[in-house]
Write a protein that binds this ligand. Structure first.
Ligand code: GDP
Ligand code: MN
Length: 379
């Protein structure tokens, strides 16, 4: 789960990290009033769950209330990478002299939190990492001992020798570690962390991603959830007890079990195709789940064939077959469907599907190859 910049900044402020004052507005008039209250120049910032808002025109400087109103009117309602801007953060503008990147991620390779710092802040850190990796410094932290002040100072010194920056950044890094550990984050970053012309340091931007599996024990973070920012198909799937991830291909996959779902996707790619999604209907075999799953898959205009791959263990193939028949009946499916149902009650399932338009398959290879053929060959 992602939270907005203003929400991540609340967590920073709670821990004493200096963040330019600001408030959220949903109308241009509100933005104007906030700018008046703050006084001086402000920055109007789109609050959407994507990076690169600045480049997309979603971050604009305004000299005062009138201009803040104008900029907010332009940004509210704007589309940034497929998301509509519903809120803007109006925040005091700072006079930036230097921009740094500081962040903390869960590093899967070393299985520990890892700090990432760079003097090349303010721009795409992925691009810096790809073109000039020497400008990025990393330090893994053993969570058993936590982070030590000397480690924070060493990191800060590695990007700046300015005492004000070292002091401010050490504090910011310490706050990042605290937020990261206490909120079960997978990523927290400040880009840019800036030094102003009057020698102060500020966290100008904030990003925080939380591990969804930890949300049950993170009530403060869970309350920050903004459903308008999330993929509606993925949400509907979650409510129905399905795990669904949208992908770019043309083969709609409906599988039971995450392992089998991944193996199915691998096989689709092996035979030269591209899966349209990952979808695991889970262990139970409630026919309603199959109907919901089909609805979600059919909404994707790229899908040209649907591949059912069910291994009946706890799941009963006849239940899945019932769901399949119900779904094709209810949804008026015009796309070809290949069904491989194997395991518990597979004979019964086969009987039920006889005479339907579904294309049966016995092995996984056969099922995948048939689906690719029916979708118009490998891509
Ligand atoms: P992002 O593009 O989504 O990462 O949004 P940021 O909050 O990082 O803003 C983008 C850029 O706008 C920053 O890299 C800064 O260069 C600039 N910016 C943001 N806030 C201020 C500010 O208070 N003063 C000035 N001068 N520039 C700012
Ligand atoms: Mn940024």
């Amino acid at each position: 789960m992602k939270v907005h910049e203003y929400q991540a900044k609340e967590l920073f402020v709670e821990r004493g990290l200096p963040v330019p004052r600001g408030k959220v507005a949903t109308t241009a008039e509100e933005a104007e009033a906030i700018a008046k209250e703050l006084g001086g120049a402000v920055v109007v910032k789109a609050q959407v769950h994507v990076g690169g808002r600045g480049k997309a025109g979603g971050v604009k400087l305004a000299s005062g209330p009138a201009e803040a109103k104008e900029k907010a009117a332009a940004i509210l309602g704007m589309d940034i990478k497929g998301l509509t801007v519903e809120k803007v953060l109006v925040t005091e503008a700072v006079d930036i002299e230097e921009e740094y990147y500081i962040g903390l991620i869960m590093d899967r390779a070393s299985k520990q939190p890892m700090f990432i710092v760079s003097a090349a802040g303010g721009v795409d850190i992925e691009q810096v990492a790809a073109t000039t990796p020497e400008k990025i410094l990393k330090l893994g932290i053993d969570p058993r001992y936590g982070v030590k002040p000397f480690q924070l100072r060493r990191l800060a010194f590695s990007v700046s020798q300015d005492p004000a920056v070292v002091k401010g950044m050490s504090q910011a890094l310490s706050v990042l570690y605290d937020v990261f550990m206490k909120s079960d984050a997978s990523l927290v970053e400040i880009n840019p962390f800036v030094k102003t012309k009057d020698g102060k340091t500020w966290s100008v931007d904030a990003k925080l991603n939380i591990d969804d599996n930890a949300l049950f024990r993170q009530p403060q973070i869970a309350a920050m959830r903004d459903l308008a920012e999330e993929d509606s198909d993925e949400m509907e799937a979650k409510e129905a007890g399905l795990s669904f991830v949208k992908l770019d291909g043309n083969i709609g996959c409906l599988v039971n079990g995450a392992g089998l779902a991944m193996a199915t996707m691998d096989l689709v790619q092996h035979f030269g195709g591209m899966p349209a999604n990952f979808l695991d209907i889970g262990g139970s075999s409630n026919p309603e789940k199959v109907v919901t799953a089909m609805k979600i898959i059919l909404r994707d205009p790229q899908v040209e064939a649907i591949l059912f791959n069910i291994f009946g263990g706890i799941t009963r193939c006849d239940d899945v077959a019932a769901g399949l028949l119900k779904a094709t009946e209810q949804l008026d499916v015009k796309l070809p469907i290949v069904a491989r149902l194997t395991g518990t009650n597979e004979e019964k399932a086969r009987e039920m599907l006889q005479g339907s338009a579904l294309v049966p398959a016995v092995t996984m290879d056969e099922a995948v190859q048939k689906a690719l053929e029916l979708a118009g060959g490998a891509q």
